[in-house]
Every structure is written in C-alpha cells, then in structure tokens.
Design a protein around this ligand. Structure first.
Ligand SMILES: [Zn+2]
Length: 126
C-alpha cells in the first residue's frame, strides 16, 4: 500500500475515532496534527494487521473444467487495485488450458522469477 493510501487510512481512523467521541470538527483538526499523524498511521496499520490476522490474507485460485477464479486477499480487495493484481496475472499465464491434475482450490504462495505462480493445494478444494 502506498504511503499516501496509508495516510488516507490513518486519517479515516482518526476521523472515526473523533466521531465516536462526539467531536464534530474531526476532519478539520487532522490538518493541524503535524507529527501526531504518524501515531495515527501506526494505529491504522495495527488495525489493518488485526483485520488481516482475523480474516486471513492469502490469495487462492480455483480451477474447474471450464474456468478458473482467483480469490483475492483481504488486503488486495481493500487496496482498490484488485484489477492490477499480480497474482491474477501470474495465474493467467498457466490457466489457458485445463489440466485435470490441477482441478481444485490452491493457495498462491508466490510468483517465481518467470512470473509464474507458486501453488500449494488446499485440503478444502472441490
Ligand atoms: Zn489480488
């Protein structure tokens, strides 16, 4: 996540906290905070890490006879850049032809030096 996006998330966390306290001018006071913004950046990142830990933050791909589908991570979904997902692009490189041995659900563990996905079969696939 880019620093500007992380700072926007920190501002949103600050504003939500101020609203919860009943402070109406929350958004305006953000600009006056100076170095304290870094504290809110840490708060927002801690909350984000807790959400990832709770919901999981992995990419998966499901191959069936007639199609393939990537399940994006929580971070990818929240980023606003899911359409630029490197994991999706990597899977596309191997998914042109159906391989019966590949049917099922796989965790995408990484992308190798050739841009191809590293896959690990999951026990809960079809
Ligand atoms: Zn993704």
């Amino acid at each position: 996540m880019a620093r500007s996006d992380r700072m926007q998330a920190a501002k949103a966390a600050y504003v939500a906290w101020q609203r919860a306290r009943g402070v109406p001018e929350a958004a305006a006071t953000w600009e006056l905070m100076g170095d304290s913004k870094e504290r809110w950046l840490a708060v927002a990142e801690a909350v984000r890490a807790a959400i990832y830990a709770e919901l999981g933050n992995e990419h998966y791909v499901i191959f069936t006879e007639d199609r393939w589908t990537v399940e994006h991570s929580v971070e990818c979904k929240l980023s606003g850049h899911m359409h630029e997902c490197a994991y999706h692009d990597a899977v596309r490189l191997i998914a042109d032809e159906y391989d019966p041995d590949r049917a099922g659900r796989w965790r995408i563990t990484g992308i190798d030096s050739e841009g191809l996905p590293s896959l690990e079969r999951t026990p809960d696939g079809p």
